[in-house]
Write a protein that binds this ligand. Structure first.
Ligand code: SAH
Length: 216
């Protein structure tokens, strides 16, 4: 029953909208999205929308998780950094597509819950840390891929600096209400910037984004 809902999600929400990366489709079909939601919301888990988790935050819409995963062009050997772990759902999907995932979450209770959930579901190549992800993770840089799941007024400099050669950074950039998904690729001579689709994310709050010393 749940498996059928998940297969329908992959077909109707992802393939129909143009997600073609077969590894992404397989990962989305495998990860039990309902297990990342509060008990009273699990029946809505495979709906075509973002859903509330705790602390006023959300689990992203399945299509957006797939779109970002596809945009990261993962082959399976990458070291990946996710900013905004939230429920841990996207981190679980990404852990099936990359070699090693570190996810940072600003709200400590969410970080702890996500870490515990990922362990209990058997995702062994993911860690969740609590902290301000706008600073990246300098001690573990560089990363082959960085996925930012919250909206920033600009591309935080520490994140672009922590990209490995040929590394990809996917991030929603824009105002509080609407943003554009960008892909920044580190090239031998600099950076390439591509604009993907329009999106809506909760704000990235921290030193190098919407924060005390930055934009308001
Ligand atoms: N990827 C998540 C959804 C993310 S919602 C999932 O699959 O469930 C965005 C998350 O980013 C929220 O949980 C929010 O608390 C977090 N966030 C916002 N600013 C942050 C920052 N500076 N560092 C780390 N996490 C941040």
């Amino acid at each position: 029953m749940i498996e059928q809902q998940r297969q329908a999600m992959v077909r109707e929400q992802l393939q129909r909208r143009g997600i073609t990366d077969t590894r992404v489709l397989a990962a989305m079909e495998r990860v039990p999205r309902h297990r990342f939601l509060p008990a009273d919301a699990q029946e809505k888990a495979y709906a075509d929308r973002a859903l509330p988790i705790a602390e006023g935050q959300t689990i992203s819409q399945p299509y957006i998780v797939a779109l970002m995963a596809q945009a990261l062009l993962l082959r399976g050997d990458e070291r990946l950094l996710e900013i905004g772990a939230g429920s841990g759902y996207a981190a679980a999907v990404l852990s099936l597509l990359a070699a090693d995932v570190v996810a940072i979450e600003r709200i400590p209770t969410l970080a702890a819950a996500a870490e515990e959930r990922l362990i209990s579901l058997g995702y062994i190549n993911v860690r969740v840390l609590s902290g301000d992800g706008t600073a990246g993770l300098p001690g573990e840089a560089p990363f082959d891929a960085i996925s930012v799941a919250a909206a920033s007024p600009w591309v935080p400099r520490p994140l672009r600096e922590q990209l490995a050669r040929d590394g990809r950074l996917v991030i929603p950039v824009g105002g509080r209400d609407e943003q554009r998904l960008l892909r920044i690729t580190r090239t031998p001579t600099g950076e390439r910037l591509e604009q993907l689709s329009g999106v809506r994310f909760v704000p990235l709050l921290g030193k190098h984004a919407w924060g005390e010393h930055g934009a308001r």
